[in-house]
Design a protein around this ligand. Structure first.
Ligand code: UDP
Ligand code: MG
Length: 158
């Protein structure tokens, strides 16, 4: 699979999404996956993982000086997460819109955070904030052999 090495633009753009431990505990996985499927994006990787604190510290490296950092690492390592890679045109930006704002209180109804949570420290889902972050996060969470190249039969209708 050359998903990481080539074609990071247009229809081949990829993003990293994780259903956080609270989303898994609250049985929101199916509902969340359904939204990205229905939108027309292509699932190229998915796994249930208990993330190590080391992986999470790397994942949230940019936030390491924030007061909520250690609580964030505890929250994210408190149970399994669903780690996913989704592909499609403008998938990074579109997924961020579908998530809503970082703080659920600022998230509009219709967004995932606006529909399913109330606390910033329990905001059920992660999505990469840029194409560059997506590249780093996908490489951190997935091996090449875990990413599938496949033709979705519906592609000409989407
Ligand atoms: N977070 C928090 N308190 C804050 C800001 C962020 O607990 O005041 C958590 C929250 O779970 C958020 C994560 O840290 O999703 C990463 O923060 P970021 O600013 O990157 O927000 P995101 O990209 O997830 O919207
Ligand atoms: Mg972020």
């Amino acid at each position: 699979a050359q998903i990481l090495k080539s074609g990071w633009t247009g229809a081949n753009e990829c993003t990293f999404i994780a259903v956080k431990p609270d989303g898994v505990q609250r049985k929101l996985v199916g509902e969340i996956v359904r939204r990205f499927e229905r939108r027309g994006f292509k699932l190229v990787g998915l796994k249930l993982v208990k993330a190590s604190e080391n992986l999470l510290r790397e994942h949230y490296w940019d936030l390491r000086t924030k007061p909520f950092f250690s609580g964030l690492i505890m929250y994210m390592s408190s149970g399994p997460v669903i780690a996913m890679v989704w592909q499609g045109s403008d998938v990074v930006k579109t997924v961020r819109k579908m998530l809503g704002e970082t703080n659920p209180a600022d998230s509009l109804p219709g967004t995932i955070r606006g529909d399913y949570c109330v606390e910033v420290g329990r905001n059920v889902i992660h999505g990469s904030d840029s194409v560059e972050s997506a590249q780093k996060e996908i490489a951190l969470w997935f091996g090449q052999s875990e990413l599938q190249r496949w033709e979705q039969s519906s592609s000409r209708w989407i």
